[in-house]
Design a binder for this molecule. Structure first.
Ligand SMILES: Cc1cc2nc3c(=O)[nH]c(=O)nc-3n(C[C@H](O)[C@H](O)[C@H](O)COP(=O)(O)OP(=O)(O)OC[C@H]3O[C@@H](n4cnc5c(N)ncnc54)[C@H](O)[C@@H]3O)c2cc1C
Length: 556
């Protein structure tokens, strides 16, 4: 190599003004809104667990597992080498390691095995941390957590299956559940002709010995979406003589024979690629009825409400991850002679993203407390969660993709490149809004709650009212919301507007009472008072940008 060549090569390898990877930090300790919410909402006893998981999730080798699990995606094996059906999905070892991290720490079980006050809150915080390493594992973990209240509708089935689902041992593979150290549960509702409208399900259920709650049925039909198909059992909706009904279907029968549960193919998805989502066919698959025939929706909704809570928590986790990456980058990158984090316009973008993320965390964790209090028999909390779950599922998940794309842009061109992790965050971000009932379905559910249980709306408004008088901007927004709610003219057309206003009122009220002062002020000025633009980064002058950005920038 000539001298000239050596000089040229040395110059091109000089790396200047690049940020360094955000790793080696404690994901819990650097997330101030989450840490504050865990304490405030009754989960302070779980701080050591959150710290431990936060540290683990920040480790570069653990972060790497999320990347690898999305690169080495699951593979379907329909048949063995001799042509026998096996219907197995193979996962990379990174997936199993991440599942083990979540299951061994009870992210699927904690509130049921240790139902003390704050257990759903504590579990919500832990779920939020793992979701920032990789969201895909959150799917089977969330479904296994959520199935418990639905399963309890059939006590003898709950007695048999709960100990399996609540075991903190991750034991992968198709074997009879009774022989395994732990089991996972999925759900199969959606069919080709209708996902939101599950009453259009065509899958049929035929009683084997007369039928009835807990009895055996044979299920025949097709499901268009069935995620995590290597779970040990599924809650399945099918039409019985009495109407749409809920069944518990094991993948492997007690004698070791595989149930007639055939995986047709895996979906090629936008994101969430570490997780397998499949199309499945039941050819007279064996299952047991949970609850009464005809009560399928009522039964499975107990499960769906909990997964909806997780959608809100997961969206908040994604937003926090985006803010952390964006503010970290801006704190290490210089442009036009100054750090990006010191440039007024970048400060506005970062602060606006931080406000959105903090509002999402504070409200999702408050909702988790309603699950704790409701489980303890508090009627007002049960009513609050009835209204607040679809409101927050709708709004938090709707905000996530806009948030992710703006956080990505804070990294400039690097943010568009896979290695930054931002494309994965972005691809994941629309999913929470689709599954477990998409946006419009959530809004219609809020209307249903208003009509069928107006007390739920009262409980919601009562929670917002807790901050009345503290900020004129919230008071004005709240008065406008009450007017909107009092006018039922064309309410279905207006449902998104109304639900958005409800979400903003709740988030504003919570931030005013419990959030950082500067964050609450920026939220009220922009989201409630309308002093805001159509994109992130349009908070009004006078906002305490530095304080908000500082609060949300990870310290390593
Ligand atoms: C990655 C992934 C994994 C999934 N995993 C599972 C799983 O494990 N188990 C499972 O059962 N399902 C699963 N689903 C399915 C998911 O729950 C459905 O896709 C979702 O509920 C929407 O149903 P659909 O796709 O049939 O759309 P549709 O119900 O046809 O809805 C299409 C659009 O119409 C809107 N809409 C529907 N009804 C109305 C109305 N009355 N008024 C106004 N708008 C309306 C919806 O909001 C939506 O925007 C998964 C989906 C995805 C993307």
């Amino acid at each position: 190599m000539s001298t000239l060549e050596r000089t040229a090569s040395a110059t091109t390898h000089e790396v200047l003004n690049q940020s360094r990877p955000l790793e080696g930090h404690n994901l819990f300790e650097t997330d101030r809104p989450l840490a504050e919410a865990l304490q405030r909402e009754g989960g302070d006893w779980a701080i050591d667990r959150a710290r431990e998981l936060g540290e683990l999730c920040g480790r570069p080798d653990v972060q790497r597992l999320g990347v690898v699990a999305n690169t080495n995606t699951p593979v379907l094996r329909t048949h063995d080498r001799y042509g026998h059906r096996i219907d197995e999905v193979e996962f990379d070892s990174s997936w199993h390691e991440l599942m083990d991290v979540g299951i061994s720490r009870g992210l699927h079980s904690l509130p049921w095995t240790d139902p003390q006050p704050g257990a759903h809150v504590a579990r919500g915080a832990l779920f939020t941390l793992l979701a920032q390493v990789e969201a895909g594992v959150g799917c089977p973990i969330s479904m296994t957590y959520s199935v418990i209240p639905a399963l309890r509708k059939q006590p003898e089935l709950a007695a048999e299956w709960e100990p399996r689902f609540l075991s903190n041992a991750y034991d992968f593979g198709l074997r009879p559940a009774a022989d395994k150290a732990g089991a996972l549960c999925g759900m199969a509702m959606t069919e080709k002709q209708g996902g939101s409208d599950v009453r259009a399900n065509l899958t049929t259920a035929r009683p084997v010995n007369g039928g009835g709650p807990g009895a055996e049925y044979e299920i025949t039909g097709h499901k268009w979406f069935c995620s995590a198909p290597m779970c040990d059992a599924f809650l399945v909706l099918a039409q019985a003589d009495g109407g749409i009904s809920c069944f518990l279907m094991p993948r492997v029968l007690a004698d070791g024979e595989r149930n007639r549960f055939h995986i047709q193919r895996l979906k090629d998805k936008l994101g969430n690629r570490s997780n397998a989502s499949s199309e499945v066919e039941f050819r007279g698959a064996w299952a047991q009825l949970v609850g009464e025939e005809g009560a399928g929706v009522r039964t499975i909704i107990e499960m769906v409400n909990h997964t909806r809570l997780d959608c809100a928590l997961g969206a908040a986790a994604g937003m926090h991850a985006g803010v952390a990456q964006a503010s970290w980058h801006a704190a290490h990158r210089t442009a036009f002679g100054k750090l990006l984090a010191e440039q007024p316009l970048m400060q506005n973008v970062l602060a606006d993203l931080a406000v959105e993320a903090e509002a999402a965390t504070v409200s999702a964790m408050r909702l988790a407390r309603a699950y704790d209090e409701g489980a303890a028999g508090d009627e007002a909390a049960t009513l609050l969660k009835r209204a607040a779950t679809p409101v927050l599922k709708y709004w938090t998940c709707k905000r996530a993709p806009w948030h992710a794309v703006e956080a990505l842009e804070c990294l400039g061109g690097n943010g568009y490149v896979e290695e930054s992790g931002m494309p994965r965050l972005f691809r994941e971000s629309p999913l929470s809004s689709i599954w477990e009932g998409s946006g419009n379905v959530q809004c219609l559910d809020v209307l249903r709650a208003m009509v069928r249980s107006p007390e739920a709306l009262d409980a919601f408004l009562g929670e917002v009212d807790e901050a009345s008088g503290a900020d004129a901007r919230l008071d004005a927004h709240f008065a406008g919301l009450r007017r909107e709610l009092g006018d039922l003219e064309q309410i279905e057309v207006r449902a998104r507007r109304v639900v958005e206003r409800m979400a903003l009122a709740l988030q504003g009220s919570l931030l005013i009472r419990f959030g950082d002062e500067a964050v609450a002020d920026a939220f009220c000025a922009s989201r409630l008072d309308g002093d805001w633009g159509g994109a992130f980064g349009t908070l009004p002058p006078g906002t305490d940008f530095e304080r908000i950005v500082e609060r949300h920038t990870p310290r390593v």
